[in-house]
Design a protein around this ligand. Structure first.
Ligand SMILES: [Fe+2]
Ligand SMILES: [Fe+2]
Length: 147
């Protein structure tokens, strides 16, 4: 079996998560229960994606680069913090039955869209080049363990 590409796997996950987010936005005005369910799924999925990046992909990348403090992953980690902040504030409002979350959703998209583009355009392709097949296989089995 051919080793999966990091870029392909993670780009597909970005797309799946984007779809969930748009589904939540569409359901918000018509079916609040379903909107809440879809948001929880989106939030859990995005948090898991971030954990995989921060605990599996980025450390391996940083080790290869020799722990460059100002490397691209430092910026990605900062953006993850922003993303989590927006996820939490939307979740808090929904828990209070407050669906006025347009502002937070816009904030989230403003960080998340360019973040995903940078990963897909620069970081993941670099990783696919940098890691050998056995290294990538090991990473994918790590991810599968924490599914
Ligand atoms: Fe990320
Ligand atoms: Fe990502």
């Amino acid at each position: 079996m051919q080793t999966q590409s990091i870029n392909q796997h993670y780009t597909e996950d970005h797309q799946h998560l984007d779809d969930l987010f748009h589904e939540f936005q569409n359901l918000k005005s018509t079916d609040r229960r379903s909107a809440e369910k879809v948001f929880s799924e989106f939030k859990a999925g995005l948090e898991r994606h971030i954990v995989w990046e921060e605990e599996i992909l980025f450390p391996a990348f940083e080790t290869k680069l020799g722990h460059l403090q100002e490397g691209p992953t430092a910026v990605m980690r900062l953006e993850h913090r922003e993303i989590r902040k927006y996820l939490d504030s939307i979740a808090r409002k929904l828990a209070d039955e407050n669906f006025e979350t347009d502002e937070e959703e816009m904030g989230l998209e403003t960080v998340l869209c360019p973040h995903n583009h940078k990963e897909e355009g620069i970081l993941y392709p670099m990783m696919d080049q940098m890691f050998s097949e056995p290294e990538r296989t090991a990473m994918f089995s790590e991810m599968n363990k924490s599914k």
